[in-house]
Design a binder for this molecule. Structure first.
Ligand SMILES: [Zn+2]
Length: 478
């Protein structure tokens, strides 16, 4: 088949009717471009999808484009490399730096899980193998190549790509793909991949940039069924329960993603303390990755809302004097002997793994303490169980009674709510011919679809996993 006749297709190979595992394949001009290559996270049936090989051979992929560094968007890149992918992986400068950190960490977790499964003998595979290794991650990191926001990149096959700020976390972008019509010289159509759209007017992160014109938009829908409009400001949601906990001498445990959320929380807590709205108590950031991520944030001052001078000593606003950074395991363990009141921020954000689980085991059984959930909690995670009021939570093979106060802060999420997704979609006045909603539970995706159809009268579909659509008719219609 000549290039002229080869169809231009987009395959939805992840984050279809679920929130994680973002992975798309664009075939144009005979070239295969994978956009995001994320890990499925949460329930076991989702995690098992990570073991399923994608319906395209890794060595035939020409290149990978990444929207941002969250592991549900990049966490399968080392697997793709393990399976033979040798092409370039393009992403923004700050995404590249965060990706180095996150991919190595992810590989260590997979190696550790495999070792643990072998020790306990519970794996189906004998011996249990990691999804990928630290070596695979290091190889993937060597394939990363940086692009600047707003610059066109020729990705081959008649496709040019350009990254636009999406807010969300440092370096996050939507990717505009301008595709040539193989049958008509000079005519192009645009496919826009939203990536994850952040919130407007948040501490630390920039607002999403207005979107470019596009004939086809693939948009996330994580909070497509929710509006945060009527909620208390984040500061107030945090202040009341934390003040109560400090008053009774308890410890506040905030499970938080190391990248973005930890920095945002520290910034807000520091404002509350310096403004006299909360007593000054020690804040411990117990996560080597959060410490490293903050250093990366400090190197990209033009990409977020914090003034340059605050980082003069590498601490500044994000790490004021009452913030202790715990990089080593011994520093983390030393926290066990310290009485309240104090605040511990530790990863992971959904209590699935990491140091925070040890803190949870120690703190969850005492009424004095407060567990503060900040952000999306996927079904099947300990964070979701606590959010739903579970009487016990399972850790290290034991059920531990939940006596601590459990609260959640809404609206600190890195994802725009329904109103903000609609605002981003409307930020260019040219209507697309087709919108595909991904990266959302079915309820969220279908409710957002209804809203778009009702308010904007655009065509919307919610694709299924591995659905492949032909784009020419939509991109190049007269
Ligand atoms: Zn994300």
């Amino acid at each position: 088949m000549s290039r002229k006749d080869a169809p231009i297709t987009l395959g939805f190979h992840g984050a279809a009717r679920t929130v994680t595992g973002s992975r798309y394949q664009l075939i144009a001009g005979g070239r295969r471009t994978v956009i995001d290559c994320g890990l499925f996270q949460g329930l076991k049936q989702l995690r098992e999808l990570n073991w399923r090989e994608p319906p395209f051979p890794a060595h035939e992929v020409d290149r990978v484009l990444l929207t941002h560094a969250h592991i549900d968007h990049i966490g399968m890149v080392p697997r793709l490399v393990r399976n033979g992918f040798r092409g370039p992986i393009h992403c923004t400068r700050s995404t590249l730096e965060l990706a180095r950190l996150l991919l190595l960490d992810s590989a260590e977790i997979h190696e550790e899980d495999a070792r643990y499964a072998n020790k306990k003998g519970y794996s189906k595979h004998k011996p249990a193998k990691p999804l990928y290794t630290v070596e695979d991650a290091k190889r993937a990191i060597k394939q990363l190549e940086k692009v600047d926001f707003g610059q066109w990149l020729d990705v081959g096959g008649g496709v040019q790509a350009r990254w636009h700020g999406a807010g969300h976390i440092l370096g996050a972008a939507s990717i505009e793909l301008e595709i040539e019509d193989p049958r008509s010289a000079g005519r192009t159509g645009t496919l826009l991949m939203s990536g994850d759209i952040g919130r407007y007017g948040m501490p630390l992160h920039l607002d999403p940039a207005p979107r470019p014109a596009a004939q086809v938009i693939v948009c996330e829908s994580t909070y497509g069924d929710r509006d945060h409009d009527h909620e208390l400001p984040v500061e107030e949601q945090l202040r009341q329960p934390i003040a109560r906990c400090i008053e009774r001498g308890g410890t506040v445990l905030i499970p938080a993603f190391a990248v973005g959320r930890s920095q945002q929380l520290t910034l807000v807590l520091r404002r509350l303390m310096t403004g006299g709205q909360l007593p000054q108590v020690p804040i411990h950031i117990d996560s080597p990755m959060a410490v490293d991520a903050t250093e990366i944030y400090s190197r990209h001052l033009d990409e977020h809302h914090v003034d340059a001078d605050v980082f003069a000593d590498g601490r500044g606003v994000l790490f004021p004097d009452n913030v202790e950074l715990c990089r080593s395991v011994s520093q983390s363990k030393a926290l066990n002997d310290l009485p309240g009141p104090r605040i511990i921020i530790s990863a992971s954000g959904m209590l699935t793994a990491g140091r925070v689980v040890h803190h949870l085991r120690r703190l969850v059984g005492d009424r004095k303490n407060l567990i503060f959930l900040a952000g999306y909690q996927a079904p099947g995670t300990r964070g979701r169980d606590l959010l739903e009021g579970a009487p016990t939570v399972r850790m290290f093979g034991q059920d531990v009674a939940v006596r601590a106060e459990c609260q959640s802060v809404r609206g600190l999420s890195a994802h725009g709510d329904r109103g903000e997704l609609m605002r981003w979609l409307r930020s260019h006045d040219q209507a697309p011919r087709q919108v595909y909603l991904t990266h959302g539970e079915p309820d969220a995706a279908f409710q957002l679809a209804q809203r778009i159809e009702r308010d904007l009268d655009w065509r919307v579909a919610v694709p299924e996993l591995d659905e492949v659509v032909a784009l020419e008719g939509m991109l190049f219609q007269q």
